[in-house]
Design a binder for this molecule. Sequence first.
Ligand SMILES: Cc1cc2nc3c(=O)[nH]c(=O)nc-3n(C[C@H](O)[C@H](O)[C@H](O)COP(=O)(O)O)c2cc1C
Length: 165
Amino acid sequence: MLEYIKTRRSIRQFARNDVDDKTVEEIIEMGTWAPSGLNNQPWKFVVIRDRGVLNTIAQLTRYTPILENAPVCIAVFLDTALSYHREKDIQAIGACIQNMLLTIHYKKLGAVWLGEILKNSKQVEQILEVPETLELMAVVALGHPGEKREPGNRKPAAECIIARK
Ligand SMILES: Cc1cc2nc3c(=O)[nH]c(=O)nc-3n(C[C@H](O)[C@H](O)[C@H](O)COP(=O)(O)O)c2cc1C
């Protein structure tokens, strides 16, 4: 598991091959195994494959080519009707997305967490025709990797630990 955490990279270019529905559902299921406050599971998902929809949404971020070339995207929402504490609910959704990214990596697929598109979240919500209670948290673009990435880098943990008491 430690190896999977360390070797995951954001993949922004995809091969043409599709990702089947069963695989996408399994990825989402693994997302839902994330912890959440009071186990409230405040997430909802929209699976987007329609090229017209993806191309329209692609115009709402400066990462247009990623969405135009991904075979499938998962829009991740906070369901405010299930929310009990906004900060904690958003943290749970972050954990859910990370679970999905690690599952994708485990399955030798690739993905990127898209957050920049949140500047136009209202428009995305309208295009996807989601209920009023849903608030866009991220779009995960995924597919078979069309690029090979070098290992990532991180600050040494020792630099992030500010005290031992
Ligand atoms: C909250 C969040 C928002 C992000 N938004 C974007 C984005 O809009 N576009 C993009 O290309 N990558 C986005 N990323 C991916 C980061 O750029 C990437 O995770 C980071 O540079 C580390 O690289 P790695 O994932 O390969 O380890 C986002 C990541 C997070 C966690």
